[in-house]
Write a protein that binds this ligand. Structure first.
Ligand code: MLT
Ligand code: MN
Ligand code: ZN
Length: 298
């Protein structure tokens, strides 16, 4: 299995259009610091078929950036696009609308995520006049896996955090999940968790057995959203465990045998500046900061 990071930013991207914080201004001055919304392309063993994990508002530019994701020569068009969703948040789903030129979209998601997209965002109503849409269940890890590009895909339930547009919907711990990707050919397993509200037992168990783990790097520390006045809530209160500090993910990730990479960076995170000292802290723990366009072979 081959993983290609199409983007590594949280909602808004880096820079965010209406923001002039140091992270956003830095990315305007240094285009190599720009980050698109977090998304992953996953290639199967034969490298000819692929699927996406999350489809944010940048998705068609992200597909266009990488030759392996472009259509074949001549009049061929990409016939089917398969997309796995880790949640129903706008930064992970707005790109579904941008894929309407496909002949067919196959969307893998848990029940609450499917329901939110179909009933609250009316995606079926909007997309069906343009493209065929098939919805697939993303089953819990351990159950009969769904298969895309020869990879077994499943969900590790993480939290009941609902998108703001579905705040009154019923609680369900599959609102936010980690995507578990297992390649039966190589035996490798990857976890993709761009929103991690709590270090659950289920996540700890799957992470301990994985070869590669992508984790929520939205905020560096618990107080960052309040200190920078972007929210009245803490990082954990916003559904994102911070990287640093006593309840942070860095200490736990450093204990894992897996290759661990942070993704889903908010523009307030000091890590969006490549010379920030926080990079040294993570390097000392053996942890990586994902960049757009990374290729990982497992
Ligand atoms: C999040 O990651 O917390 C959400 O995507 C927030 C948002 O973009 O509204
Ligand atoms: Mn997000
Ligand atoms: Zn900013």
């Amino acid at each position: 299995m081959l993983l290609l990071t199409l983007g590594t930013a949280a909602g808004g991207g880096v820079p965010q259009w209406n923001c002039a914080c140091p992270g956003c201004s830095g990315a305007r001055a240094h285009p190599d610091r720009r980050r698109r919304h977090d998304s992953l392309a996953v290639f199967g063993e034969d490298r000819s078929s692929w699927f996406l994990v999350n489809s944010g508002p940048d998705i068609t530019e992200q597909l266009e950036t990488h030759a392996a994701l472009r259509p074949g020569t001549g009049s061929e068009r990409t016939p089917v696009v398969r997309i796995l969703l880790t949640d129903a948040e706008l930064d992970h789903t707005l790109g579904l609308l941008r894929l309407r030129e496909a002949h067919h979209l196959e969307i893998y998601a848990t029940a609450p995520v499917r329901q939110a997209l179909r009933e609250r965002l009316a995606l079926d109503t909007v997309l069906t006049p343009y493209t065929a849409v098939t919805w697939h269940d993303l089953p819990p890890a351990g159950q009969t896996p769904a298969v895309a590009a020869g990879i077994e895909v499943s969900a590790v339930p993480l939290s009941t955090k609902r998108p703001r547009y579905a705040a009154d919907a019923a609680e369900d711990d599959a609102w936010v999940v980690a995507a578990r990707l297992h390649d039966p050919a190589s035996g490798a397993t990857a976890l993709y968790a761009p929103a991690l509200a709590a270090w659950t037992e289920g996540f700890a168990k799957e992470a301990a057995g994985a070869d590669c783990v992508f984790v929520d790097g939205t905020f560096w520390d618990e107080e960052e959203p309040r200190r920078l006045a972007i929210s009245a809530r803490t990082s954990t209160g916003m559904g994102h465990l911070p990287i640093d500090g006593p309840g942070g993910t860095a200490g736990r990730l450093s204990q894992l045998p897996a290759r661990c990479l942070y993704t889903h960076f908010n523009n307030t995170n000091p890590l969006v500046d490549p010379i920030a000292p926080q990079h040294g802290v993570l390097a000392g723990l053996g942890l990586e900061v994902a960049q757009d366009g990374m290729v990982i072979e497992l």
